[in-house]
Write a protein that binds this ligand. Structure first.
Ligand code: ATP
Length: 700
């Protein structure tokens, strides 16, 4: 420990919290209260700056007091040097940059955390703007994470060394600040390319930096990347300056190669479709170099507030096997929710069957009441289940985007570290995919349960109705029988009286007798069908049992991922050494066998066989076409058709079950009700399997 101090504070210079271009930041303590603080000590180069530039950071920090801005505690003089130091609140959880360096966040922060960043950083920016301050060095490294008393993150802006007081958004300035990757193209041109133009800048340069920073936090990557990175400056400028409006990504993958443009977030981004839908237009308007098209601050604040105020409704869509997050204003109602579900699923409002906690959603919420009155219990693990009444046989299972592990070439210790870092990121990504897969598997099972319960419930109604109809039919049949007998007697009488054996009368008599017989038969058959159906439903319900294996798969993947992270940690330490001892080198080589671990992860993924969900890879399912067509033409209270997918199953390879349920409720008249009720249940048991496709299907 090596202590330095000022009048009121002490700090240990052996353990810096962070380092910037102009300073080192250390953990320290208040000498009288013992309170932990962060102390920013400026480098020699920083002291060479003009006095008013050095003072600017102090002046700005003194002025700002906001929950999303790191608070200034004191400005002190270091004993011995008399250099000024800044004493700030300690935010021990690092910067957003540090978070993005963690393998777990290599493809962006989790959605909930991203939205907190979005909210807090914008709130900090709004406060600064209200106080006439431009930051001019917005980047993840200058956004610190503090953990509040409730355990939730609070993000705070820091580093006001480049900040400037302005009168309004349009006030122009010429001084250059910022960090290359996050710089507005005009500033980049002057500061990095040293182009001799005399363009003026406005506070809107912060909007561009904010756009790049948010993109980085959402995806783990920078939006604009020339081949070769930072060094390829001309290309970087070309990408940002000449990109089309609306493009939010431009990457050059090969030397001198074409730029791959995109208006969408990359496929590795783990944010939900719901939130992507909302933030992509914001990125497009922030990453805009044309001053006439870029947003102003008010538009940004309004849009971000609009997103943050929304409520998230979790929905599981069984026929596409997707967990949806529907962002909706809490004053909207069920109809609006269904419209938003339709946008994400292509299941039309009228075809949606929504079930929550085993009940039809419309029965457990007031359809006309606003969303904020909905139960809090709608979560990712307990979502609303959405079924398609008009199942049209076109399953669109989501594709899983998994990068390949890079290979080790062992050219240098730092190269090895870089490869192990990429491998760790991919392994963590796979772990999340496995967790999501297990959640979906569980939801699928529950979805089938609920659907069958619903069908069972409907069947119950229909059975009751059937009984009621049977009774009515019996009465009607008796009437009919009497009527026919009466009619026959009448006919005989007429025959006797007229003494003519009229063939027309004979034929009427016969028709009536046949009608009577066939009516009786069809009633008996339908009653039998309904009884069989009840048995089938009951046997299906008893066979669908909870699978506790999911936890096992996640734990297995977790172990392998931890091994990979440990190796990465070791390689990170090796990288800092100039050379390795003989023993360390042997261990390094052995650890290079990280591929062993990678193979394990890969084989687990193959066993999960994400793409087995694609429609063509499902074994053929038994289907009664006439039932399906009748369901579609059926009447109002039909309960739709569901053909659903994998339920249960050990990834290690015991049993996967495919359930195909087609249930159809009846529509209009008596005949429809009898004939339109059908349930086709099919279980296919697959033996030990790595792939659904590779197995022969044994009928259950
Ligand atoms: N209050 C704090 N608590 C904990 N760590 C901090 C604090 N302030 C700064 N740090 C750490 O120190 C690093 C450098 O701080 P800062 O960005 O203020 O320095 P700088 O020299 O102005 O950097 P830059 O290169 O951005 O100009 C931050 O990225 C962060 O990791």
């Amino acid at each position: 420990m090596s202590l330095r101090g000022s009048g009121g504070f002490l700090w240990d210079v052996t353990k810096p919290l962070g380092q910037g271009a102009t300073s080192m930041v250390y953990k320290g303590r208040n000498k009288s209260t013992g309170e932990e603080v962060a102390v920013k000590v400026f480098s020699q180069a920083a002291h060479m700056r003009p006095a008013e530039v050095q003072m600017r950071e102090f002046v700005v920090m003194k002025k700002l007091t906001h929950r999303n801005i790191v608070p200034l505690l004191a400005i002190e003089e270091e004993q011995g040097t008399n250099n000024k130091v800044i004493v700030m609140q300690l935010t021990e959880h690092g910067s957003l940059y540090n978070m993005l360096e963690e393998p777990n966040n290599a493809y962006g922060l989790p959605e909930e955390e991203f939205l907190i960043v979005f909210d807090h950083v914008t709130a900090g920016m709004k406060y600064m703007r209200d106080n006439g301050i431009v930051h001019r060095d917005i980047k993840p490294g200058n956004i610190l994470r503090y953990i509040g008393e409730d355990g939730r993150s609070i993000y705070k802006l820091t580093d006001f060394g480049a900040a400037k007081q302005v009168e309004n958004d349009e006030e122009q300035f010429m001084s250059l600040y910022g960090t290359e990757e996050y710089l507005h193209p005009d500033m980049y041109e002057r500061a990095v390319l040293r182009a001799p133009h005399r363009k003026q800048f406005t506070s809107k340069v912060d909007l561009w930096s904010l756009g790049v920073s948010f993109f980085h936090v959402a995806t783990g990557m920078l939006p604009f990347k020339p081949y070769g990175g930072r060094k390829n400056r001309e290309k970087m400028f070309e990408i940002t300056r000449h990109k089309e409006s609306g493009m939010i990504m431009g990457v050059q993958h090969t030397e001198g190669g074409a730029i791959e443009w995109s208006r969408e977030l990359p496929p590795t981004c783990r944010l939900s479709v719901g939130v992507k839908h909302l933030i992509t237009p914001i990125f497009a308007r922030l990453l805009e170099a044309d001053p006439h098209k870029v947003w102003n601050f008010d538009e940004l604040f309004l849009n971000v507030e609009g997103i943050i105020r929304k409520r998230v409704i979790h929905v599981f869509c069984s026929h596409t096997w997707r967990c949806l997050k529907v962002y909706i204003d809490s004053n909207k109602n069920l109809t609006n929710l269904q419209e938003l579900i339709a946008e994400q699923t292509d299941i039309q409002h009228s075809d949606q069957l929504l079930i929550f906690d085993g009940q039809l959603l419309k029965d457990c919420v007031q359809p006309m009441l606003p969303i904020h009155s909905y139960p809090d219990g709608i979560t990712a693990n307990n979502p609303i289940f959405c079924y398609n009444r008009d199942y049209d046989d076109t399953n669109t299972f989501p594709q899983h985007f998994i990068k390949e592990f890079p290979k080790f070439h062992t050219t240098s210790l730092s190269e090895d570290y870089s490869v192990s870092k990429q491998c760790s990121a991919i392994a963590c990504f796979i772990k999340k995919e496995v967790e999501l897969y297990c959640l979906k598997q569980d939801l699928m099972r529950r979805s089938v349960h609920m659907y069958i319960n619903e069908v069972y419930h409907e069947c119950g109604h229909l059975v009751d109705y059937n009984l009621f109809l049977s009774k009515n039919c019996d009465t009607t049949l008796k009437w009919k029988e009497n009527f026919i007998q009466m009619l026959s007697r009448e006919l005989r009488m007429i025959n006797l009286l007229t003494d003519t054996n009229d063939p027309e009368l004979h034929s009427i008599c016969l028709d009536l007798t046949q009608f009577y017989e066939s009516s009786r038969q069809s009633t008996d058959e339908e009653s039998k069908k309904i009884t069989e159906l009840s048995y089938q439903v009951q046997s299906l319900l008893s066979k669908l049992q909870e699978d506790q294996l999911n936890k096992k798969h996640t734990a297995k993947v977790q172990v392998v991922v931890e091994q990979i992270l440990k190796i990465k940690q070791q390689f990170s330490e090796n990288r800092r050494k100039t050379s390795l001892s003989f023993n360390d080198e042997q261990i390094h080589k052995y650890e290079n066998d990280i591929e062993r671990c990678l193979n394990k992860v890969e084989s687990k993924i193959q066993r999960l066989d994400f793409n087995a969900g694609k429609p063509e890879s499902f074994p053929p399912v038994m289907r009664s076409e006439n039932v399906m067509s009748r369901s579609r033409s059926g009447g109002g209270d039909g309960i739709g058709v569901l053909v659903c997918a994998v339920v249960g199953g050990d990834v290690g390879g015991s049993v996967n079950v495919i359930v195909d349920v087609c249930a159809v409720g009846g529509g209009g008249g008596v005949e429809d009700d009898f004939n339109g009720l059908f349930l086709v249940l099919q279980f296919e048991k697959l033996g030990q399997s790595d792939s659904l496709m590779s197995q022969s299907v044994k009928p259950f």
